[in-house]
Design a protein around this ligand. Sequence first.
Ligand code: HEM
Length: 135
Amino acid sequence: MEELTPKDLFLQSVGRCVANELFLPEFYSRFVGASEEIQARFRFTDFDQQYLMLRRSLELCAGATSGDPESMREINERALTHDRDHLNIKPEFYDVWLETIIDTARIHDSQWDEAVETAWQRILGHVVKHMLRKY
Ligand code: HEM
């Protein structure tokens, strides 16, 4: 049997996490609870929409990391909406984002192990670095 790539491991893990309807609300509740500044950014947010967009974004991150041009284009658009002239998502927020999403996934994925964690770190770390370069 061929070994699963980090992308496969990540996408399968995302699938297991989002199969549990508590995963996305719990992530946002922890993330927004992490700082008043983060909370303020989401004061007008429709969270049902936000859950859908995050789920899609996670898949996008996997595509962008493996070089898919359409995913790259969309990540570049997100980098623009999140930069200092738009949503002004400060670099330190991304550290909290990454840590919180991985902590939440660890709890919700029953097959979590070191390889899965490395895959999450690698794929989301890659996209976060890209967003930060364009901040
Ligand atoms: C790689 C990381 C991230 C991805 C892929 C991502 C993706 C997205 C997407 C797809 C949207 C909706 C469309 C848009 O406005 O661009 C969005 C909106 C938003 N994101 Fe992010 N995001 C990321 C990190 C963050 C972080 C760290 C924060 C920190 C506070 C943040 C705050 C927001 C806010 C405030 C909105 C607007 C919500 C609203 O409509 O009220 N995002 N994000």
